[in-house]
Write a protein that binds this ligand. Sequence first.
Ligand code: NAP
Length: 250
Amino acid sequence: MKLKGKVAVITGAGRGIGKGIALAFAKEGANLVLNYLNQTRNEIESLTNELRKFGVNVITREGNVADESFVKNLIDETIERFNRIDILVNNAGILTQSLIQNMTVEMWDKMIEVNLKSVFLMTRYVVPHMINQESGRIINMASQLGQKGGIELSHYAAAKAGVIGFTKSIALELGKYGITANCIAPGPIETDMIANINEDWKKWKKDQLAIPRFGFVEEVVPTAVLLASEPDGNIYTGQTLGPNCGDVML
Ligand code: NAP
């Protein structure tokens, strides 16, 4: 088991990619602190039971990762319970759409709060513990749209590009403490996030991809396991890894 005894905090872990990472980390032996907002409240208990079958400890906390006091309490409770944090996965995110001329300030602010400010807040409160431990892995869920932009997605693309720039900067600051920081920038992945986008858009998008289909959660999570594992992930830092069907090629 690649993560045996490690402690991982995963945001937005109730469904989609975050849930997939929680399952993969539990299989590898990691103890888990799982956050979600409220839509997965009814499913979180069965997920927790499923994860505990792997013999790991799991705690769950409902709350908004863009809220500083929630984040501070989440990290304090994690340290009280486990006394360390080895892996932070900043995965929680939202997707809304609007052309720039119609975008309200509220829509912009909410996107930046949930998809970018939360990454800062979680990292801000976790890093002092990782510095004390002289080890840690930070994995931030960006998006290929943060690399190439997207129509009706200027706020989303700006937030995700912000995540990539933020990650490179903390990688530079924290490497000397044994802490790595990397992004995963998936292309379209079959989750609730893109389920309601219309079929015409989906066909148009698939036609652009080198591998002309959308990815599955199970095809993204191995990248998170790689970045979290020792020695596999040891010398990746400041990187943006792209499980994206060839939507962006760097
Ligand atoms: P998803 O299925 O919609 O799940 C999003 C998760 O984030 C849910 O667990 C949700 O909680 C949680 N969440 C949303 N706002 C939150 C908040 N303020 N505080 C705490 N948790 C919050 O989305 P996904 O497709 O798995 O996306 C996961 C990440 O991958 C996101 O950062 C997304 O931008 C990124 N991504 C996704 C795709 C894609 O095509 N799916 C592509 C590139 C990047 P509830 O369930 O309680 O609402």
